[in-house]
Design a protein around this ligand. Structure first.
Ligand code: FES
Length: 70
C-alpha cells in the first residue's frame, strides 16, 4: 500500500506545487511572505514546516513528519 504523502495546505486547499509556483512568480522566499499574500499557512499552520522545506529544496511531496526528521 502506498504511503500517504503531504502535498498541500489543506486549510487553503492549495497544493504545494501551486504554492511553489506562486512563490516563484511573486519572488517570495519565506513562509511569512506567503502568509502575507494569504496563499497558505494562515490557519492551523501545520503546513508551515513543509512549506519552509519546500522553499529550501523545491520538493512538493513529503512523507508525514519529514521536515521534523532533518
Ligand atoms: S494546512 Fe496550511 S494552514 Fe492549515
Amino acid at each position: 500500500m502506498a504511503q500517504n504523502l503531504v502535498t498541500e495546505c489543506i486549510c487553503h486547499d492549495c497544493s504545494f506545487e501551486e504554492v511553489k509556483d506562486y512563490a516563484e512568480k511573486h519572488e517570495l522566499c519565506t513562509v511569512q511572505e506567503l502568509r502575507e499574500h494569504d496563499i497558505c499557512s494562515t490557519s492551523c499552520g501545520l503546513c508551515a514546516p513543509y512549506i519552509e522545506m519546500m522553499l529550501e529544496t523545491d520538493q512538493t511531496q513529503f512523507t508525514p513528519g519529514e521536515p521534523y526528521r532533518r
